[in-house]
Design a protein. Structure first.
Length: 271
């Protein structure tokens, strides 16, 4: 019985002190202030992606409905937007005018006025958007205080892009991953997460780390209140974060175990 007591006590300690692995791509946990966020696609032609703009828009619908809108512990609801006319700069210019110190200075010509915008891009300037093997770059490039007003996803539309060689389901998952960056999330070290840094062909749903991150940024209750300086980062340079997604579950489990111990002690079975 003493051995059992040690095991249960260890479980209580474990579940009350969980760890989270998700990261953020800015230093102040900036988020979209509203619950409804559209994801639009630029109307200009993508020459080398192997899909049309309308195809991309349909994949956006799958990405938001099959992934992010499945989260039960978040106030956020994404929706498929529309084909949107934008300047030619979105197709040819770099997303950042500088990447000094690993931080992105957003290109003022590519500021997204609202929601998330996906645009194919062939930039080869300096700093170039796409190094070898990079399929997309995402930048929350319109931030005021702690509010994300707009985020930009640039898809690699160069001749040697690897997006065109992916299956339809993989392409949807890639778009969902980039949308996660647009929402303020960084990469996750947890392999079964959508926000894992590498593309995984079998990834078909959000992982617990994704759910924790989304609940931290977009909780169903009162949002996190804090202050700090904003640092915009590239896709591969995020700051760490912790979130409450599993907190309520683990607290309830811990309380349940402790109540069970109390009942055992009262009944004389626990000594």
């Amino acid at each position: 019985m003493r051995f059992l007591k040690l095991i249960i006590s260890g479980l209580v300690f474990t579940v009350i002190y969980p760890a989270w692995s998700f990261t953020l791509n800015n230093t102040v946990a900036a988020t979209f202030p509203g619950n409804d966020v559209p994801v639009n696609v630029a109307a200009h032609t993508c020459n080398n992606l192997g899909v049309s703009n309308q195809d991309l828009l349909e994949m956006v619908g799958d990405a938001v409905n099959n992934y992010w809108n499945q989260a039960p512990n978040s106030r956020l609801r994404l929706r498929k937007g529309s084909l949107t006319s934008v300047s030619a700069a979105f197709q040819t210019e770099p997303g950042c005018t500088s990447t000094a110190g690993g931080s992105c200075t957003p290109n003022p010509n590519l500021v997204v006025s609202g929601g998330i915008l996906i645009s194919c891009n062939t930039d080869t300037g300096s700093p170039a958007n796409f190094s070898s093997g990079v399929m997309a770059v995402t930048i929350p490039n319109n931030i005021q205080d702690r509010n994300i007003n707009g985020s930009l996803i640039l898809l690699n539309d160069k001749v040697d892009n690897s997006f065109k060689n992916k299956s339809h389901d993989e392409q949807v998952a890639i778009l969902a991953h980039e949308i996660g960056h647009g929402l303020g999330l960084g990469h996750s070290p947890v392999e079964d997460s959508l926000m894992y840094y590498a593309s995984i062909p079998t990834r078909r749903s959000l992982g617990w780390d994704d759910l924790d991150g989304l609940a931290y940024l977009y909780p169903t209750g009162q949002p996190f209140s804090g202050c700090g300086s904003i640092t915009l980062n590239h896709d591969d340079d995020e700051s760490t974060g912790q979130g409450p997604g599993m907190f309520a579950f683990t607290m309830m489990l811990g309380i349940g175990l402790m109540l069970g111990l109390r009942r055992l002690k009262t009944s004389g079975l626990w000594r």
